[in-house]
Design a protein around this ligand. Sequence first.
Ligand code: NAP
Length: 403
Amino acid sequence: MASEKIQFENNQLLVPDNPIIPFIEGDGIGPDIWRAASRVIDHAVRLCWQGKRRIQWKEVLAGEKAYRETAKWLPEETLQAFRTFRVGIKGPLTTPIGGGIRSLNVALRQQLDLYACVRPVRYFPGVPSPVREPQKVDMVVFRENTEDVYAGLELESSQEDARALIAYLAETKGWHIRPGSGIGIKPISKFASLRLLRSAIEYALAHGRKSITMVHKGNIQKFTEGAFRNWGYELARNEYPGSVVSWEDCKGNPPAGKIVIKDTIADIFFQQALTRPEEFDVIATTNLNGDYISDALAAQVGGVGMAPGANINYQEGYAVFEATHGTAPKYAGQDKVNPTSLILSGAMMLEHMGWKEASRKIESALEKALASRQVTYDLARLMPEAEEVSCSAFADLVCALMA
Ligand code: NAP
């Protein structure tokens, strides 16, 4: 069976039965969790379609393996493969120190303009959690991925440029910035905000979600965070009048068939996500808020070892799914860590491809595996009467529990 490329036409992915999918194994624990996750993904696809559909994996290099073999941390061929084949998946990557790259993940997101970081956060029964009712957490975070303070526009306090900018701002704006300050620029554009907010709304509509909450610090940062919020309401009013209604317009009671769009200040959101998580569904937010929020919510349902993620450019059909934790180098090669984050990212990828049956099979087998209390060390140490199993044994268990 010849392998084929996933195509993107008229804003839709066209997925052949035997798509070529590039993967980056990742550094540190990457090879362990990739072996485990790819086995689970392949098994689910085989069970659903008995060989009629099959993923043709194509390894591409990034991180330490790429540096060893090509002397580059992120070779152009890797970026090209993600462009050519559209959908890919990756393990965690080391952040090179002094390599001229801030972060390989940020570089990958920027090069492919993967503007939406999508993080579903839900609870699997039996998983240890620091909160009393973790089952109430069921949110999908849409985090803007390309701007905000992540744009990397910073001047060190000792730089002449920083001094010159401080002087310029004093002269032209009358702003008195303390001499010797480092300066960071926070750009939030209408263009990037709208495409992120549109993705969140489209997702909420396509997945039968009830609400979209814009999380921001617009009370303080009016023209960046506040503008993000205002553009969101404007977008809902102009482009989705038949399907989305603002909280203010419906006084919190959306008519049947409509979803509600609301907003909350980031600090209040952190409180309410703990005290009233059931009030939140799809979250749309700026880059830095989204970074904090994704990990804080993941903590409620068992930590980053349990949280899947994707970086998506919906307009051009590019998507890279990824484990959300790092390379945990002290466990590298020990077949020890929890592969759930990458397994769930694989399930998310299958859903994105329209292979929903396989995605659901993985999620339901994972539910059973976690409920059986045969889990990796990170969960076993927190679960009474758990049996600790290796990374590969956990993957075997998930495969065995797929009906
Ligand atoms: P980390 O690799 O996520 O590890 C921190 C701790 O989290 C581990 O020591 C371990 O906790 C726990 N952990 C992480 N993954 C786990 C898994 N799959 N199963 C069970 N426990 C897991 O964070 P880090 O040590 O700060 O970063 C290490 C490297 O990863 C750095 O180079 C960093 O830049 C990079 N990084 C990459 C990504 C990415 O590629 N997306 C994301 C974050 C960090 P215990 O020690 O308690 O067992």
